[in-house]
Design a protein around this ligand. Structure first.
Ligand code: SAM
Length: 268
C-alpha cells in the first residue's frame, strides 16, 4: 500500500514514517509513502497558502490553488483517462467518524492520499473535486490535521496483511465477532509477576485451562463494554447469539458486574 500525506508541515509526520513498525514495513516492501509539502505548489513569491473566508468570520482558509495542484500531482481526482484517482481523505472534525471498521476498509486500498487541514480548513470546491472521504477522528477540534492524519495512518497500515502478526489482531478491541459485527472492548491483561503490590492475577489466567480462560475473557470484555461503551452492544452490532445470551445474563446480574475469577466455567 502507498500512503501519500499532503501537509503544510510535513516534518511533523516524518518521524512516524521513519520509525518502528512503519519503518520495518517500508523496508519489507509492504508499505511505501510520500510526504508532500503543499507550499511547494504555491505559485506566488511569498508561497501563500491561505486567505480570508468569503462571507466574513475569524480565521483563514487554505487556498484552493496550491491544495488542488498538490492533490492533482498526488493522483487524486479523475485520471486523464476519466477513471477515478486515488481514494483521498480530508481529515476534518465535520467528517464521518473514524472507527476500526473504517480503518479495515481503507486498509484494503492500494493507494491512499491524506490531506491535512490547517487554519479554518479547506475551500469546499477542493473537497468536492478531489476528496472521496471526509473523516473525523473524534468530537473535538485539533489545531491542525497532521495528528489526525497520523491517527488514521497508524490504525490503517497495521491492518495491511503482513505488517503485524495476524494473531495479534485477532482479539483486539473492536475485532468483529459476527457478520459485520462491531466487536467488544478488549479484556484486561496481566503479565509477570503473578502478584504485584499485593494484587494477584486472576487465578484462571494461570490455570492453563483454555476454555475457562476464553470464557473469563469474554465475560471480562462484556463487562468492560457494558461499563464504557454500551452502544457497542446494541442489537444492530451483530453479536453472535452465544455472546448475546451471556450479555443478557450479565445484565440480569446488574451493571456493576465483575467477571467471576473463582468459577469461570460455571454453567448458565
Ligand atoms: N473550522 C473547522 C471546524 O470547525 O470544523 C476546524 C478547523 S481545525 C482548527 C484545523 C484542521 O485540523 C482541520 O482542517 C482538520 O484538518 C484538522 N482537525 C481538527 N480537528 C479534527 C478532528 N477531530 N478530526 C480530524 N481532523 C481534525
Amino acid at each position: 500500500m502507498k500512503i501519500t500525506v499532503l501537509s503544510l508541515f510535513p516534518e511533523i509526520l516524518r518521524g512516524f514514517f521513519e520509525s518502528s513498525i512503519m519503518a520495518k514495513a517500508v523496508e519489507r516492501g509492504l508499505m511505501s509513502y510520500e510526504l508532500v509539502d503543499i507550499r511547494g505548489y504555491a505559485t506566488d513569491k511569498h508561497r501563500k497558502c491561505d486567505d480570508e473566508v468569503f462571507g466574513g468570520g475569524a480565521g483563514m482558509l487554505m487556498l484552493p490553488g496550491p491544495a488542488g495542484a498538490a492533490l492533482e500531482a498526488a493522483g487524486s481526482g479523475r485520471r486523464p483517462d476519466g477513471s477515478p484517482g486515488a481514494r483521498t481523505v480530508f481529515v476534518t472534525p465535520s467528517g464521518r467518524l473514524f472507527n476500526q471498521a473504517y480503518a479495515a476498509e481503507l486498509a484494503r486500498e492500494e493507494e491512499l492520499v491524506l490531506f491535512c487541514g490547517r487554519y479554518e480548513g479547506l475551500d469546499q470546491r477542493i473537497i468536492e473535486k478531489y476528496v472521496t472521504d471526509e473523516i473525523s477522528i473524534g468530537d473535538y477540534v485539533l489545531s491542525s490535521g497532521e495528528v489526525a492524519a497520523l491517527v488514521l495512518v497508524d490504525a490503517i497500515y497495521r491492518l495491511v496483511p503482513g505488517v503485524i502478526k495476524g494473531e495479534s489482531l485477532a482479539e483486539e478491541s473492536f475485532s468483529p465477532m459476527g457478520e459485520g459485527g462491531a466487536g467488544l472492548l478488549e479484556y484486561p491483561q496481566y503479565t509477570r509477576p503473578a502478584e504485584y503490590a499485593t494484587m494477584r492475577v486472576p487465578e484462571v489466567l494461570t490455570s492453563g485451562h483454555h476454555a475457562n480462560i476464553a470464557r473469563w475473557r469474554l465475560e471480562a470484555s462484556l463487562a468492560k463494554t457494558i461499563a464504557y461503551r454500551p452502544e457497542l452492544l446494541a442489537p444492530a452490532a451483530g453479536l453472535p447469539e452465544e455472546v448475546r445470551r451471556l450479555l443478557r445474563k450479565l445484565c440480569a446480574e446488574g451493571s456493576s458486574y465483575e467477571p467471576d475469577t473463582e468459577d469461570p466455567g460455571r454453567a448458565d
